[in-house]
Structures are given as structure tokens and as C-alpha cells.
Design a binder for this molecule. Structure first.
Ligand code: SF4
Ligand code: SF4
Length: 382
């Protein structure tokens, strides 16, 4: 298992992490076996948005005696009503549901208190100008949540949340098909066939800027919908008309700036294994570019997708990392110290490019690499 820092939280989390919703309907014993399997594989990061009381209790039972082995991301504003999950902004219901979460999990805190599912600007205002954020701040002061997070599918709203400076963790939907879509308040548009029936080009700039902002500000991203609800794994259902593997989807998400972990919702050890395969996969098996660079209707031409195909560089430059650090620099103003440090830690730098052109033909996305090395050298000064 590989571990990454979850932004500025100080937490080290497994890159492959576990969304627990798939465990609905399992007994406490079954769930304990799933958690044993996850732990043995090195997973130390779990997410629970579901308010289902049986699931919460069974997970609590499975966590008994080993609470500290897991970083728990528990959702706030997710309640159980009339036998169903419901998102709410009602404070009383929210408080009761969070108390229920802690009690059933058998813990007195969660590591990340995740404000659940904020996709609309009006909802964002309601949360951040009202009693929900005051409640969340109080939970943090009391140590009952260690960090504040927010989950969203809308890059415009997610950016607003990051810019408040209050959230340390963002749970966001990332995969190569959603990344083509412009921001919107209707999550269903991300799944709708008509959103993909016309040609689309390049990762949406607002999404890309969001990931870069998170990386700069130390807001750790954990990813949901990494398989696009399963559609990306199917030749028939994928908007691309070609399936990606779980390993390719995971590698795509983990290659975006700011991303620390991918929350894979698993209903069985078999599904968990398919995700864990990423940890031992070869570069060829991880290679999402081999699929997405050959699509007709959807293109990323001229845009670095951090796939690493251009390696090896004659001068030993890690071209994908140079491009990533260059993109993490704001257009104007100072380069953030962390970005400067990461760039400095590279063994070879953009100024060492000898313009041999060897990398160009290997880039499946047609990136003008020599020009991008020059831009990076200008930006960093070497
Ligand atoms: S053109 Fe520059 S970046 Fe590309 S392989 Fe040659 S030295 Fe490396
Ligand atoms: S320059 Fe091209 S090959 Fe290299 S990482 Fe970027 S997209 Fe991939």
C-alpha cells in the first residue's frame, strides 16, 4: 500500500481507501471480516456517509478495539428518516444524526467531519452563513471532529468552500469523463447521456484549477465516483464507448494534483481486490492514457494529463512532474513555498532540457513538451 499526506491535516492515509456504503445488509461478523481484509491490505482510511443505523452499528462493532487504526471520515447532515437516508440542513436533525454516528461507531470523535453533499451555491451560502458551519466549528473546538471536510460534485462550489480557508479536506467526484464536464449544480447532468452526445475537449478548466488550488492550499482531496458509478468499467455504458479498468480509473484520479486517496465503494472483497490491484500494477496496467488518448469524440490534445508516457527524457527530467508543478503556480504572484520545494527536490529541472525532441512522439496527447519545459524554467528560474 502507498500512503499520502491528506493535505495539511497531518494524517497519512492509504491511497486506496474504503467507502463503507457497500456494506449495507452485511452482518457485524461479515463486516468485521471485510474490515480485517482491508486492514491487512494496508487500508487505513474509511468513509461513511450512510445514515443506515444497522450499518453504523455493525461498523462500530467491526471497529471495536482498533478504532485508532483507521482515519474515519464521517458525514455531517446525513440523517435517517422513515427508513431512508436523507440530506438535511436542519440543525436539530444534524446534531442528533452526528451523535448517533459517534455512539454507533463506538468512538468519541471522527477524524474528518465531512459536510455532506453541497452542490448548489444557495446551499453553500446556507451552510456557511448559517448554523451548520457554527455547529461544525463547535465540533472541531470540542475535538469531536479533528478536521472539517466538505463533499461536492460541483467545482464552482467546491472552490468557494476551499477559499473560505475552513475546510482541510475535499471529497470530490473525479474521473476522466466527469472531468470533461463544465461545472453545474445538477449532479444528474454528470451521468446524463446527453452530456456526452457531443464532442468534448480537454479537462474542464474550473476542475483543473480546483485540483491545483487544493494542492497549493494543502486541502487534501479524497475521490468519490472514481468509476463513474461503474459506467466507466463497461464498454456499453461508458460515454467513451470503451471500458477503463479499475486500476486505470484509480491511477487517473491519483494523478490529479491535490489528490491523496480514492474512496472505493466495495460490496465484496473481490471488488476491494480489484481496487487494491492498483498497488501492485505495472505502469502498463495503470496506463489510462492508452484508452483516453484514442477516443474520437473526446480529446485532450495539447493538454498534459500527467500520464508519464513521454519518459524517459534524454536529460532525465520527470516531465509529468515538471508540468504538474508548473501548473500549480498561480498565473500571477509568488510561487507557493511547497511547490517551489517540490520542484527543487526533482533530480533534474526544466532548464536541463536539450530540446532533443525525443519525448514529443511518445506523448499521446500532443503536448508541446519543449515549450512547456521552457515555460517551467522561466517560471522557476532553473
Ligand atoms: S526534448 Fe527536452 S524534455 Fe524532451 S526528452 Fe529531450 S531533453 Fe527531455
Ligand atoms: S507531456 Fe504528454 S506524455 Fe508526458 S505526462 Fe504530459 S500528457 Fe503524458
Amino acid at each position: 500500500m502507498k500512503y499520502r499526506s491528506l493535505g495539511r491535516t497531518g494524517l497519512e492515509v492509504s491511497t486506496v481507501a474504503l467507502g463503507c456504503e457497500g456494506f449495507v445488509g452485511m452482518s457485524a461478523e461479515q463486516l468485521r471480516a471485510e474490515l480485517d481484509f482491508a486492514r491487512q491490505a494496508g487500508i487505513n482510511f474509511i468513509d461513511l456517509y450512510a445514515s443506515n443505523p444497522d450499518l453504523r452499528s455493525n461498523l462500530g462493532s467491526a471497529l471495536a478495539g482498533r478504532r485508532e487504526q483507521f482515519v474515519i471520515q464521517g458525514h455531517i447532515c446525513s440523517v435517517w428518516e422513515n427508513g431512508q437516508y436523507l440530506r438535511t440542513r436542519d440543525l436539530q436533525k444534524t446534531e442528533a444524526a452526528f451523535e448517533d454516528l459517534l455512539t454507533r461507531l463506538g468512538t468519541d470523535y471522527v477524524d474528518i467531519g465531512m459536510i455532506h453533499y453541497v452542490d448548489q451555491e444557495a446551499d453553500f451560502r446556507r451552510v456557511f452563513d448559517g448554523e451548520i458551519i457554527r455547529y461544525v466549528r463547535r465540533l472541531k473546538q470540542e475535538g469531536r471532529i479533528r478536521h472539517i471536510g466538505l463533499s461536492s460534485h460541483n467545482p464552482a462550489v467546491a472552490r468557494m468552500a476551499v477559499e473560505t480557508g475552513e475546510i482541510d479536506v475535499l471529497m470530490f467526484s473525479i474521473n476522466p469523463c466527469y472531468d470533461l464536464q463544465p461545472p453545474g449544480e445538477d449532479v444528474d447532468a454528470l451521468w446524463a447521456d446527453e452530456s456526452y452526445d457531443h464532442a468534448l475537449q480537454n479537462i474542464d478548466p474550473q476542475r483543473e484549477r480546483l485540483y491545483e488550488l487544493c494542492a497549493r492550499e494543502g486541502v487534501g482531496i479524497d475521490v468519490m465516483k472514481v468509476y463513474g458509478g461503474g459506467d466507466l468499467l463497461s464498454d456499453e455504458r461508458s460515454p467513451f464507448g470503451r471500458a477503463l479498468t479499475p486500476v486505470q480509473c484509480i491511477d487517473y484520479a491519483l494523478s490529479r494534483p491535490g489528490v491523496a486517496a480514492v474512496m472505493v465503494g466495495s460490496r465484496s472483497q473481490q471488488e476491494m481486490r480489484a481496487a487494491l490491484d492498483w498497488c501492485t500494477a505495472s505502469e502498463a496496467e495503470k496506463d489510462y492514457a492508452s484508452v483516453i488518448s484514442r477516443l474520437e469524440k473526446f480529446t485532450w490534445h495539447g493538454h498534459c494529463m500527467y500520464c508519464g508516457h513521454c519518459a524517459p527524457c534524454t536529460a532525465g527530467i520527470d516531465i509529468a512532474s515538471v508540468n504538474k508543478f508548473r501548473n500549480l503556480c498561480p498565473d500571477r504572484g509568488e510561487i507557493p513555498e511547497t511547490v517551489r520545494e517540490h520542484y527543487g527536490a526533482l533530480q533534474h529541472h526544466a532548464s536541463e532540457c536539450v530540446a532533443c525532441g525525443a519525448c514529443k512522439s511518445r506523448c499521446p496527447f500532443g503536448v508541446e513538451i519543449i515549450a512547456s519545459m521552457r515555460r517551467a524554467a522561466d517560471k522557476f528560474g532553473y
